[in-house]
Design a binder for this molecule. Structure first.
Ligand SMILES: NC(=O)c1ccc[n+]([C@@H]2O[C@H](COP(=O)([O-])OP(=O)(O)OC[C@H]3O[C@@H](n4cnc5c(N)ncnc54)[C@H](OP(=O)(O)O)[C@@H]3O)[C@@H](O)[C@H]2O)c1
Length: 257
């Protein structure tokens, strides 16, 4: 089966491409760095020729409210139009658990718009709602840092390894369209502020994390269960401690020159 992975050079996309190829599929990594741009349409018709499935794991280069909305609206509109012309039978998109509860955030308003366009189109689809990636914890600390402390709300959090996200996306891509949302999450629940503190400690980052019930998540007020999936979610197998050990082993040793 020919499967085009939009954002195939990214964190999740590159892993999805490898997993699909391991299962014998013709997986095409498509993104601006390989001449395919969903904002301009460049290279899209050629890439989609003969494709059965399109997996969209792209992300906006800018997270500024207007820019991210423009990215997901334009790119999703173009993709769905070119997919209809090419006869693609399954559109798979990666989004985030709780997206519909996070409309105070500009980033999540853009993801809501993306999902709505997919639901309104005639192309059969599967929307994968993943929890946050372990790989994203450091960035979360960075965006929640006020110059003195990292401030995060003490809410439930159930992140997962990017590798498990990619396995689930690849599995869903080769299955029948669900024409709905599939939730995936990590195998364990934590408190958001405590887990980010553990990640920073593992990185020997001295910043202190403060549990602040009024702190926003990506610009949105969250409550205890906003970020966690239902108990029907499919769970990844990688535990946080295992991932920490694996990711520490992968950090290249400092070059001596
Ligand atoms: N961060 C989280 O914890 C989390 C949780 C759940 C879901 N998600 C979702 O996961 C998705 C993927 O995230 P990621 O971290 O894997 O992304 P990423 O590593 O930042 O990769 C982004 C990809 O988008 C591509 N791209 C950018 N502009 C494009 C354009 N105009 N046309 C086509 N492709 C374009 C990039 O291509 P180039 O390399 O060629 O520029 C790159 O391949 C996002 O949609 C995000 O909402 C994230």
């Amino acid at each position: 089966m020919k499967i085009v992975v939009i954002g195939g050079s990214g964190l999740i996309g590159s892993k999805v491409v490898i997993k699909l190829r391991e299962h014998g599929h013709e997986a095409i990594a498509a993104s601006p760095s390989s001449g395919v741009n969903t904002l301009t349409g460049e290279g899209l018709a050629e890439a989609l020729q003969g494709a059965s499935v399109v997996v969209d794991v792209s992300n906006s280069p800018s997270f500024e409210d207007a820019a991210v909305l423009k990215f997901f609206e334009t790119s999703t509109r173009n993709l769905l139009t070119y997919e209809a012309d090419a006869g693609v039978g399954h559109h798979v998109a990666l989004s985030v658990v709780g997206t519909e509860r996070l409309s105070e955030s500009g980033y999540f308003r853009a993801k809501i718009a993306q999902e709505q366009m997919i639901k309104n189109s005639a192309i059969p689809y599967s929307i994968v709602h993943a929890t946050q990636f372990f790989e994203f914890l450091k960035s979360l600390a960075d965006i929640s840092f006020d110059g003195d402390k990292v401030r995060l709300p003490p809410v439930l959090f159930q992140p997962m390894a990017a590798d498990d996200v990619a396995s689930a996306v690849a599995r869903i891509a080769v299955g029948p369209p669900v024409n709905g949302i599939v939730e995936i999450g990590g195998p364990e629940q934590f408190r958001l502020d405590e887990l980010v503190q553990r990640r920073l400690a593992a990185l020997k980052d001295p910043r202190e994390v403060i549990a602040d019930p009024n702190a926003l998540y990506s610009g949105a007020k969250v409550s205890r269960r906003t970020l966690v999936p239902d108990n029907t979610a499919q769970l990844g197998e990688t535990r946080f401690e295992t991932w920490l050990i694996q990711s520490a082993a992968q950090i290249p040793s400092r070059k001596v020159s």
